[in-house]
Design a protein around this ligand. Structure first.
Ligand code: G6P
Length: 472
């Protein structure tokens, strides 16, 4: 493979699950934000993406996507279990999300996590040209920056954490906390979604490594690592264009008809994950039905729960609980031909999502903790009509930017119920003022602005940022 001057390293390659017999592949729009976000930038930028294809065993030979070359990292079944399902998604993921689910730590997972990180670092070192920039993504690969620095001191190394980075009280629980910290600090620039995460890292580096730290720099072992907040976003232009497509508008009309012309439609779209607060939301909705504040004849909730990490016990258990609760609510409050909740546990086509966003009267995004939440931003981008209410958790990174939403503490059931009612009953003029403010913010802060801000901070010169496509 020819050396690249920009290399992105992320756990997942943005590939379709099914690679056609002729080897052709398509962008797979991951249900998570990371691949969606990078997709917008990289398909038009000469670069190499190092990542896992999502399948077990040797990787097939992958063709390039546009100007983007793909360098697969193969995982064995044991590696998928110890590195991806184990240390990344059963230890770090719950701990970084306020431990809303008890983190699990098994000693043998650590060795696998370390070994797989080493392989990602070696793959990146192999494809990176001299003095190239390597941009490492997320909690799966926290050891890669330092490993890469040891292999290739000539490289410019960036690290971006898409998920929250927790306060010291939580991080201190982690066995191997020092190695994890040293791993990230191998980068030249560590980026987060929110400023608080940078303060958390600075405090930890002071406490555990005796580093000197300011608001945006950490000096340890004679080297200075810069830190900063770069809130990730979406391809606003792409979502607007999708929402305006005649077939999508037609699909939205059909959905509105199918769900009930005069009904108030509440919509939630999440990966099926315990951080997303789906159970709290269902409880609030059940109580609103029970109290008679919401009636099935005039309101319906559509809950899309995209399957995710199904090999992990806690995700399987969550699915059982959610499906039990949806069944109970529909059993108790539904009428013939009129369920209280439409529940869809499937991957969703983006065009259908864009249609759903347009028919929602109230978009309900209430995670217990979320690095950013791009669904909230997609909903706003899709609402050319400047109507519709967004109920948004204070614990989503997006709340810092979309402050004109109806902000809510999803842990507080009464607040959740009252906020849902306020959003359902809001005055249309108030709703459009809020929507206009959120759309104005998004227009200025799209995915390209994010990548440009990060890459400019990484290399100072603007050389990397200039290689990005001009528009989203
Ligand atoms: C979050 C993470 C991403 C991850 C995505 C989907 O957004 O920050 O790194 O790719 O979830 O999860 P999955 O485990 O399917 O990759």
């Amino acid at each position: 493979m020819r050396p690249s001057s920009l290399v992105v390293v992320a756990n997942r390659l943005p590939l379709d699950d099914n690679i056609a017999p002729d080897g052709a592949c398509e962008w797979r729009r991951s249900p998570g934000g990371l691949a969606s976000a990078l997709h917008a930038i990289l398909q038009q930028t000469p670069a190499t993406w190092v990542g896992w294809s999502g399948a077990i065993g040797p990787s097939p030979k992958l063709p390039s996507i546009g100007s983007l070359r793909l360098r697969p990292v193969a995982l064995t079944e044991q590696e998928q279990s110890g590195y991806y399902e184990g240390f990344a998604n059963s230890t770090l993921w719950p701990l970084y999300h306020d431990a809303v689910q008890q983190p699990v730590f098994q000693r043998e997972w650590w060795e696998t996590y370390r070994a797989v990180n080493q392989r990602f670092a070696e793959a990146a070192a192999e494809v990176a040209g001299r003095h190239a920039a390597v941009w490492v993504q997320d909690y799966h690969l926290q050891l890669v920056p330092q490993m890469l620095r040891e292999l290739r001191p000539d490289l410019l190394i960036g690290f971006f954490m898409h998920v929250p980075f927790p306060p010291p009280e939580l991080f201190m629980q982690l066995p191997r906390r020092i190695e994890l910290l040293v791993g990230m600090l191998g980068a030249d620039l560590v980026g987060f979604q929110r400023e608080q995460a940078g303060h958390n890292l600075a405090q930890l580096a002071q406490k555990l490594l005796g580093a000197e730290a300011t608001d945006d720099a950490i000096t340890v072992g004679g080297r200075t690592v810069r830190t900063g907040a770069f809130p990730v976003s979406i391809d606003v232009a792409e979502m607007r264009a999708l929402a305006a497509r005649p077939d999508v508008v037609g699909q939205a009309r059909q959905l509105r008809h199918d769900l009930g012309e005069s009904k108030r439609i509440l919509l939630s779209v999440d990966r099926l994950d315990y951080t997303k607060g789906i159970e709290h939301r269902l409880t609030a909705y059940r109580e609103l039905l029970r109290d008679g504040h919401v009636k099935v004849r005039d309101t319906v909730l559509v809950q899309v729960a995209v399957p995710s990490r199904e090999g992990v016990d806690s995700y399987r258990d969550l699915r059982d609980r959610i499906e039990g609760e949806v069944g109970r609510i529909n059993g108790e409050y539904g009428r013939v031909g009129e369920p209280a909740i439409h529940y869809l546990n499937q991957r969703f086509d983006r065009a259908l999502l864009a249609a759903l966003y347009q028919v929602a009267d109230v978009m309900v995004v209430t995670p217990l903790r979320d690095g950013m939440n791009l669904v909230a931003k997609e909903f706003v981008a899709a609402r050319e009509d400047e109507s519709g209410a967004l109920v948004l958790s204070e614990f989503a990174g997006a709340a810092a930017e979309l402050s004109a939403a109806f902000l809510v503490n999803p842990h507080d059931l009464d607040d959740l119920k009252q906020t849902l009612l306020r959003a359902m009953e809001a005055d249309p003029a108030d709703l459009s003022a809020r929507m206009r403010a959120m759309r104005a913010h998004l227009a200025e802060h799209d995915i390209m602005a994010w990548a440009r801000a990060y890459l400019t901070a990484l290399d100072h010169t603007g050389r990397l940022a200039r290689r990005l496509p001009r528009t989203g």
